[in-house]
Design a protein around this ligand. Structure first.
Ligand code: ATP
Length: 295
């Protein structure tokens, strides 16, 4: 089992601290979403994991070893960055064959991967003629050439259409189910919510939260109430709820009260309720709360 340990990772560019004393772990067998606003330091952190950028302080180990100490790094870690470049006239298959040769991976792996990422039909196409979604798939295939236990994927969902995004989610789940360590940076929170087991949230290079998505989002759902007397019900609920928000002429959002308690209080005051739904807390709420506080 190969996890990733980030310890006191720091990167300064002149007076700018892009990554600031970051510590977290990424566990095997799970998809971990790496989240932060633009410029938060996600790419810099991931580049330090694979030695593209030298930390000012601190470091990263993968299965207990630094990237540069791994004897055949691409068999341990597969990394994919947004700005990956392809030779535009190379075919998809040639691109993979060249990278396979460089990494010392068997040529037969290329056809397997083309099938796995859904590019078998585009094997002969020039990489310069690929759609963004196909480029992402080719990037992913390149990262997977060495059958690595650890995948570090920087914004792999960028430019994917809804079908591609759904495909990527199930692909990532499959990699985690095989026991691999999967770290995925993203800013599409709805996509992440559907796929991630764990999240690491950073802001201005600092850690804001890390842990199981379910625990961080909180177990308590908001309760959405539909009532013809929203103002009247609101007046009753505010005494016990953490928050009661009027979201429409006949709609309330209640936080900090169980649905049953909302119904009891309404009944006790003779207020009609036409609908009551529990809404699971979203990653977006957590994220905006954290990054808003950091800003
Ligand atoms: N080579 C560099 N020289 C100077 N500043 C840099 C360099 N690389 C990154 N930065 C700065 O470090 C900060 C973090 O950038 P980084 O690309 O890691 O953020 P990010 O979270 O990946 O953002 P995005 O989501 O926009 O890609 C930014 O302010 C960026 O401008």
């Amino acid at each position: 089992m190969t996890g990733v340990e980030v310890r006191d990772l720091t990167k300064r560019y002149g007076s700018l601290t892009a990554v600031d004393g970051l510590s977290f772990t990424v566990r095997p067998g799970a998809v971990t979403a790496f989240l932060g606003l633009n410029g938060a330091g996600k790419t810099t952190t991931m580049r330090m994991m694979v030695g593209h950028v030298t930390p000012t302080r601190g470091g990263v180990t993968i299965g207990g070893r630094r990237y540069r100490d791994l004897p055949r790094p691409t068999t341990v870690v597969g990394a994919m960055f947004d700005a990956a470049s392809f030779h535009p006239r190379h075919s998809v298959k040639d691109h993979l064959r060249i990278y396979a040769a460089m990494g010392g991976h068997p040529d037969g792996r290329v056809d397997d991967l083309l099938g796995l990422v859904g590019l078998a039909g585009a094997a002969g196409r020039a990489t310069g003629a690929l759609s963004t979604g196909m480029r992402q798939r080719l990037n992913l295939a390149t990262a997977l050439l060495g059958d690595p236990r650890v995948l570090l994927l920087d914004e792999p969902g960028n430019g994917l259409d809804p079908e591609g995004a759904a495909w990527l989610r199930s692909f990532l789940r499959g990699l985690a189910a095989e026991g691999r360590t999967v770290l995925v940076s993203s800013h599409v929170l709805a996509d992440v919510q559907q796929v991630a087991d764990d999240v690491v949230v950073i802001g201005r290079g600092r850690l804001l939260a890390a842990g199981r998505l379910r625990e961080l989002c909180g177990a308590e759902p908001d309760v959405l109430v539909r009532t013809p007397d929203a103002a009247g019900l609101r007046a009753v609920l505010v005494a016990e709820a953490e928050l009661v928000e009027l979201t429409g002429p006949h709609d309330l959002r209640v936080r900090g009260l169980a649905p049953a308690r909302v119904a009891e209080l309404a009944a006790a005051h003779g207020l009609p309720v036409h609908g009551l739904t529990a809404e699971q807390p979203t990653l977006e709420r957590l994220f905006l709360g954290l990054t808003g506080a950091a800003a």
